[in-house]
Structure formats: structure tokens, C-alpha cells
Design a protein around this ligand. Structure first.
Ligand SMILES: NC(=O)c1ccc[n+]([C@@H]2O[C@H](COP(=O)([O-])OP(=O)(O)OC[C@H]3O[C@@H](n4cnc5c(N)ncnc54)[C@H](OP(=O)(O)O)[C@@H]3O)[C@@H](O)[C@H]2O)c1
Length: 335
């Protein structure tokens, strides 16, 4: 009797080991294939041509948050691709300088509209509608966003900052797109790039409202993208890790953190290629180092691991930011 039980135990153990080996082999195969697919997306697969969206035909690209950072770079590279450019942000003088520069460098037309999205002013959207109704819009870059000033627990965050993030990152996004979509639908073509963030993929404690606004952007992009696909309009949530800019407060580039120029170049050369974000519908992640990080995040530890890691990281940044504020306040008092 006891020898029968031990035989059975051995058989069950062997079956268990075999099953584990099969599951292990399958997991490794799936991960290896997904890594090869990532390499294919990043280095071989071509993106859609900007000509599909009207480049060189007098069509316009509309860019929000166009006076600095990633948005400004989109303006220059789309002008170089022969789109006329409508630039939108708060500072008219910066927009005018960029507009003049673009016109002389690329022989395209450009217009500017200065508005502060935090105001949610109906008049601004009516004015924009009037301008846009007269343009053949091929591309919309929904780039403008605002963030928490420093990582802050939700309960301590000011009502003003919460309002601004919702007004700019969510209401502004929806209102601008609603104004532009009819122009794209009437020509059966269009490209809508929504500049998203890794913090929309991994919930980021202490940047909770910004993080949730980018998750909104990602989900909305997927839903809208599916609605519009059959109408010739491509919607893409560009899942962005860090880029050197005023918002990121990072001044020097590295392998992981590019300047806006190479970042935008990779986005525009790979329209329709999902890259590292292939598991999020209508999202893309094609800047190589960002895509590798994305692949590691989604193929190694659980989401709760990454949220916990984000918590520790943001707590650390907050501590340093508060100390900096204290030093600045002391210096100001001493003057
Ligand atoms: N940089 C990163 O590491 C990073 C990472 C992930 C995602 N992103 C996303 O990338 C996008 C661009 O960020 P960025 O880093 O390029 O930022 P940035 O360099 O700070 O530029 C922000 C742009 O938006 C304009 N702007 C800001 N607030 C505005 C408002 N209330 N109304 C109108 N215009 C406003 C600014 O111009 P004015 O001051 O003249 O208005 C500027 O042109 C954002 O959607 C951001 O969430 C950035």
C-alpha cells in the first residue's frame, strides 16, 4: 500500500514538473517572440507616410502647447514635412517668433492663437472654431498639458492645480478635438496624435490627478481610434517616458531621456507602429529606449510592484522638492 502511494506521488510529481516545464517554455517563447516583434517594430517596420494626411498639399497641422518642448518640435518637423502650421499656447510672443521662423525656413503658411487652456473660456474655443473652419486640417497634435508643481498627496493638493489639470488635460483635449474632427471627416483623412505619458499606464502616486488625466487620454484614444478607423482617421496615444523639457525639469539628455528633436522624429517616422505599447490599443511607444523600458515594465513584475516603486520614487522627489523650496524661501528672506 505504501509503495503504491509513493509510486503515485512520483507520477504526480513528474506530471507537475512536466506541466511547469511546458508553462515555462511557453512563457519564454511568448516573451521571446514579443521581444523580436518589438525589435521588428523599432528597426524595420515602416510607419505610415505623412503624405496620407495631406503633407505637401496645403493641409494644416494644429499643435497645442506649441511654444516649447515637444509641441514646438512637432511644429518644426511637421512644417519641414510641408504642412501649414497653426500654433496654440499661452504666450503670443513666443508663438509669433516660431511662426516667423517656420515660414522663412520651410516656405509654409502659419497662424498663431494665444489662449490659456486653464481658463476654459468659451470665446477662445469659438474663435478657434472660426479659424479652423476655413482650414483643411490633416493633423492634430494634442500636446498641451499641465502637471502638479511637485509630487503632492492628493489630499494636500490645491483646488486650483486640480482644476487646471482637469481643464487643460481633459476638457481642452476633448474640446479641441471636437472642433477639428469635422474638418478631418469631410476629407476622409486625418491623424490625431495625443501626447500621453507612462504615468497614464502606471498609476503614479503623488501625481495622481496628472496620472489619471493621462490614463483618461489613453482610454479615450483607444475608443475614439476604433470609432474613426473606418473613416480614414488615425488616432494614436503616444506613450511617452521622460523627455528633456521645462515640464520634466530635466535639462540634460541621456540614452533614456532624449531631447524633443529625436523623440518627435521617431514618433513621426513610425505612425501606426505600436512598438513597446503593443498591448494598449491605439497607443504607440517607438522611441527605442522608452520602448525597451515599456517592454521590461510589462514583461517582468506585476503592476502593483511598479506602483509601489513609483510611490517610493515620488516620495523621494517630494522630499527633495520641499527642501529646495525651504532653501529658496530662506534665501529670499535673507535678501
Ligand atoms: N517632458 C516629459 O518628460 C514628458 C513625459 C511624458 C509626457 N509628456 C507630455 O508631453 C506633452 C508636452 O510636454 P513638454 O514636456 O513638452 O512640456 P513643456 O516643454 O513645458 O511645454 C508645454 C507647452 O504647453 C504650453 N502650455 C502650458 N500650459 C498651458 C496652458 N494652460 N494653456 C496653453 N498652453 C499651455 C506651453 O507654452 P506657454 O507657456 O507659452 O503657454 C508650452 O508650449 C505634455 O502633454 C506632457 O504631459 C512629457
Amino acid at each position: 500500500m505504501s509503495s503504491f502511494s509513493s509510486d503515485k506521488f512520483v507520477q504526480i510529481s513528474q506530471a507537475g514538473v512536466f506541466l511547469l516545464a511546458v508553462v515555462g517554455a511557453l512563457t519564454i517563447t511568448v516573451k521571446t517572440l514579443s521581444f523580436w516583434k518589438l525589435l521588428f517594430d523599432l528597426y524595420i517596420r515602416p510607419g505610415k507616410s505623412l503624405k496620407k494626411f495631406g503633407a505637401g498639399t496645403g493641409a494644416w497641422a494644429v499643435i497645442t502647447g506649441a511654444s516649447d518642448g515637444i509641441g514646438k518640435e512637432f511644429a518644426y518637423q511637421l512644417a519641414a514635412a510641408k504642412f501649414n502650421i497653426l500654433l496654440i499656447s499661452r504666450t503670443a510672443s513666443k508663438l509669433q517668433d516660431i511662426s516667423n521662423d517656420i515660414e522663412s525656413k520651410y516656405q509654409v503658411e502659419s497662424k498663431i492663437y494665444a489662449m490659456d487652456f486653464t481658463n476654459g473660456d468659451k470665446k477662445d474655443y469659438e474663435n478657434l472654431k472660426e479659424i479652423i473652419e476655413r482650414l483643411d486640417v490633416g493633423v492634430l497634435i494634442n500636446n498641451v498639458a499641465t502637471n502638479h508643481e511637485i509630487p503632492t498627496p492628493f489630499i494636500l493638493e490645491s483646488d486650483e492645480i486640480i482644476h487646471n489639470i482637469v481643464e487643460v488635460n481633459i476638457s481642452g483635449l476633448l474640446r479641441i478635438t471636437k472642433i477639428i474632427l469635422p474638418r478631418m471627416l469631410s476629407s476622409n483623412r486625418g491623424l490625431i496624435i495625443n501626447v500621453g505619458s507612462f504615468s497614464g499606464m502606471i498609476p503614479t502616486p503623488y501625481l495622481s490627478v496628472y496620472s489619471a488625466s493621462k490614463a483618461f487620454m489613453s482610454t479615450w484614444s483607444a475608443a475614439l481610434g476604433a470609432e474613426l478607423k473606418s473613416k480614414g482617421i488615425v488616432v494614436e496615444n503616444v506613450n511617452t517616458y521622460f523627455v528633456v523639457s521645462a515640464m520634466s525639469k530635466i535639462r540634460r539628455s541621456s540614452w533614456l531621456i532624449p531631447y524633443p528633436n529625436p523623440y518627435v522624429r521617431s514618433v513621426l517616422s513610425k505612425i501606426g507602429v505600436p512598438g513597446g505599447a503593443s498591448y494598449i490599443p491605439y497607443s504607440s511607444n517607438v522611441y527605442p529606449s522608452h520602448a525597451f523600458i515599456n517592454w521590461i515594465i510589462t514583461n517582468t513584475f506585476s503592476w502593483s510592484f511598479w506602483v509601489k516603486k513609483g510611490l517610493a520614487q515620488q516620495e523621494n522627489i517630494r522630499k527633495r522638492a520641499l527642501k529646495k523650496r525651504e532653501r529658496e524661501a530662506a534665501a529670499a528672506k535673507a535678501q
